[in-house]
Design a protein around this ligand. Structure first.
Ligand code: NAD
Length: 540
C-alpha cells in the first residue's frame, strides 16, 4: 500500500496531509505491528531489521520488504548487506574458523546441541514465521524447524563418532591413516522454499566437523534468515565464541561475490538448475569445493500391482504438499495403462475434496496455502497454457483464484506425450502430468529421460519390479523410493540428486565427508626407509 502510494505520488509535491496519511499508513500496515503477529516480536524481530551478522548486526545495502504471500501484506523490512559487508563477513568468518578448528569435536557438538535446544524453545514462533513468509501451511512450517532440530541431534552424535580409518600398508612396520579435517569457511546460499532447514542441514554438520559458516538466504525470505541467525547467535554469545555462523542477506551481487571468493572453501548452493550451473562453473574455476542441490522433475510410477489407496494418498501429498513448491514435489505420475483412467478419476475426486481447504497458510483448516510470489502464479498460468497448446487436457484445476494473495488451483493435466517440453520442465507450482505407460520398463525409461535426477517413487507389490527399480537398470535418481512419496525425506539418509540436480548430498549418512578434506597419512615406524612397490633408490 505504501509502495503503491509512493508510486502514485512520485515526482509530485507531497502535501502535508498526504505525508501524514503516508505516516499513518506506515504505522498500521506492517503485520509485525498487529497483535496477532506478536510471535514475530518473540523472535526478536522489529519493523526494520538489520540483515547482516558477523558478531554484531548491521546492513548498509538495499532495504527490502518481506510480504505474506497469503494476503499480499507487508510483514516487516530487512536492510540487506552490500558487497563490501559480505567481504568483511568472509574475513571474519575465516578468523572465526581459526579458533573453532582448535575446539575438540565433541565440544563443538555440545554447541550444536545447544543450538538444537534453543530452536526447540523457539520452534512454535519460528515455524509460524516460516509458514507466514514462504506460504507453506502451519504443520509444514513446524516440520521445517523440526528438521533443523533433528539434524542438530544428528550432528551432536556425529561429533563424537566421525572418524577416519587405519589402512594396511604393504611395507613392514608402516601404517596408513586416513584423517578428516575441516575445510575452513563454508558459504551457504539457500532457496526460498526451505529457508530454515537447508541452512540447518549445512550449518549443523559444517560446525560439528570444525568449519565456520556464512549464509546468504533467499531475498524473499529474509526474516527467517534473520530470526534463525539470532537464535544461533545467542548460543554463540552465551559461550563466548566468535561468529562461527554469519549472515549476509542480499541479492544476486552478494550471492555472486560469495561464490567467487577464494576464501570460501566450500560453497553449498540450493536453488534452480539454471543458477546452479553458473555457480558450479564459477566455484570450479577457482578450484573451490561445491555442493549443488538443484531442481527436480520427480516421477511417481504406479505399477499394475500397486496398492491404489496408498498410491493415491502419496500422489496427493506429493503433488500438492507445500503447494507444489518442494524440489521433491511429484511432477509426473506414470500409471500402468490398465489403471490409468480409474487412477485419474480417483485422483480428481481427491483433488476436489481439497478445494475447500485452500486458504491462508496459518489458518488451522488449510491444507493448500498460496504459492510464494506473483512470479509463481505467472509461471503456473503460462505452463498450463503451453500444456493446452501441446494437446494436454486439464483434468482438474487450471485457474488462479481471485482473492488477495497468490492462490492457484492444484492442477492435473493428462494426455500429453511423455517427452513434451512442459513435462520435461520443472514448474514450481502444483501442476502434475499424468502419463499412461505400457509397462514398468517404459515407465522407468520415462522416469530417467528428464535432465534432473532428484527423487522418484514406484508403487508396486511385485518384488521383481521393486528390485529392478532400485538396481542398476532402475531409477537414476538420488532418491529411489518404494511405496512412499517422492517428497518428505528424513534427515538420516543422504539427500540430493544426480544429473542436472547437481550431484550434491546433504544431511545424513556420510554426507559429512563433503564438509571435510581427507588426509592420507603414511607413518613409517620401521627405523628404515623403504619405497612402495619394491622400488630401490639408494646410494651407499
Ligand atoms: P533461485 O535459483 O532463484 O535462487 C536460489 C538462491 O540463489 C537465492 O538465494 C538467490 O538469491 C541466489 N542467487 C541467484 N542468482 C545468483 C548468482 N548469480 N550467484 C549466486 N547466488 C545467486 O531458486 P529459488 O527460486 O529460490 O528456489 C527454487 C529452486 O530451488 C527450485 O528449482 C528447486 O527445485 C530448488 N531447490 C532444490 C533443493 C534441493 O535440495 N535439491 C531444495 C530446495 C529448492
Amino acid at each position: 500500500m505504501i509502495a503503491h502510494l509512493r508510486h502514485l505520488t512520485r515526482g509530485l509535491p507531497v502535501q502535508r496531509g498526504q505525508l501524514k496519511q503516508l505516516q499513518q499508513l506506515r504505522s498500521v500496515s506492517y503485520l509485525i505491528d498487529q497483535p496477532e503477529y506478536s510471535f514475530l516480536k518473540d523472535l526478536g524481530l522489529e519493523r526494520d531489521n538489520p540483515g547482516v551478522f558477523s558478531g554484531h548486526w548491521q546492513g548498509r545495502g538495499k532495504s527490502i520488504t518481506s510480504y505474506d504471500p497469503g494476503s499480499g501484506q507487508a510483514i516487516a523490512t530487512v536492510r540487506q548487506g552490500n558487497v563490501q559487508e559480505l567481504q568483511q563477513c568472509i574475513g571474519l568468518g575465516v578468523e572465526a574458523y581459526k579458533q573453532w578448528r582448535q575446539v575438540p569435536a565433541p565440544v563443538r557438538g555440545e554447541i550444536v546441541r545447544q543450538i538444537g535446544d534453543e530452536l526447540r524453545k523457539y520452534k512454535e514462533p519460528l515455524g509460524k514465521l516460516v509458514s507466514l513468509e514462504v506460504g507453506k501451511i502451519y504443520s509444514e512450517g513446524q516440520g521445517e524447524v523440526q528438521e533443523f532440530i533433528d539434524i542438530c541431534d544428528y550432528a551432536v552424535g556425529l561429533s563424537r563418532i566421525y572418524a577416519g580409518q587405519l589402512i594396511n600398508s604393504e611395507r613392514a612396520e608402516h601404517t596408513i591413516l586416513e584423517a578428516w579435517r575441516p575445510l575452513g569457511l563454508v558459504g551457504v546460499i539457500s532457496a526460498y522454499n526451505f529457508p530454515n532447514a537447508v541452512f540447518g542441514w549445512n550449518a549443523a554438520i559444517a560446525l560439528a566437523t570444525g568449519n565456520s559458516v556464512l549464509w546468504k538466504g533467499a531475498p524473499s525470505t529474509p526474516l527467517v534468515s534473520v530470526a534463525t541467525t539470532r537464535i544461533v547467535a545467542e548460543v554463540l554469545r552465551r559461550n563466548n565464541l566468535p561468529a562461527v555462523v554469519g549472515l549476509c542477506q542480499g541479492g544476486t551481487d552478494v550471492g555472486a561475490t560469495l561464490v567467487a571468493d577464494k576464501r570460501v572453501n566450500l560453497l553449498s548452493f540450493t536453488g534452480s538448475c539454471q543458477t546452479g550451473r553458473d555457480v558450479g562453473v564459477e566455484v570450479q574455476r577457482r578450484f573451490g569445493k561445491v555442493i549443488l542441490e538443484l531442481g527436480g522433475n520427480n516421477a511417481l510410477i504406479v505399477d499394475a500391482s500397486a496398492n491404489m489407496k496408498m498410491a493415491l494418498d502419496a500422489a496427493l501429498f506429493g503433488c500438492i504438499g507445500t503447494t507444489g513448491q518442494r524440489c521433491t514435489t511429484t511432477r509426473r505420475i506414470i500409471v500402468h495403462e490398465q489403471l490409468h483412467d480409474s487412477f485419474v478419476d480417483a485422483l480428481t475426486k481427491k483433488y476436489a475434496q481439497l478445494l475447500p481447504r485452500i486458504g491462508h497458510q496459518l489458518e488451522a483448516q488449510t491444507l493448500v496455502g498460496p504459492v510464494h510470489t506473483q512470479q509463481n502464479v505467472d509461471n503456473y498460468k503460462a505452463t498450463i497454457e503451453e500444456a493446452k497448446l501441446l494437446g494436454g487436457t486439464v483434468a482438474f484445476g487450471g485457474s488462479v483464484l481471485s482473492r488477495p494473495g497468490y492462490y492457484v488451483e492444484p492442477t492435473i493435466i493428462t494426455g500429453l506425450p511423455h517427452d513434451a517440453s512442459v513435462v520435461h520442465r520443472e514448474t514450481f507450482a502444483p501442476i502434475v502430468y499424468v502419463l499412461k505407460a505400457r509397462n514398468v520398463d517404459e515407465a522407468i525409461a520415462w522416469n530417467n529421460e528428464v535432465e534432473q535426477g532428484l527423487s522418484s517413487a514406484i508403487f508396486t507389490e511385485n518384488i521383481g519390479q521393486a528390485f529392478k527399480w532400485i538396481g542398476a537398470q532402475g531409477s537414476d535418481c538420488g532418491i529411489v523410493n518404494i511405496n512412499t512419496t517422492t517428497n518428505g525425506a528424513e534427515i538420516g539418509g543422504a539427500f540430493g540428486g544426480e544429473k542436472a540436480t547437481g550431484g550434491g548430498r546433504e544431511s545424513g549418512s556420510d554426507a559429512w565427508k563433503q564438509y571435510c578434506k581427507r588426509a592420507t597419512i603414511t607413518v613409517n615406524h620401521s627405523g628404515e626407509l623403504a619405497c612402495a612397490q619394491g622400488v630401490v633408490f639408494s646410494v651407499e
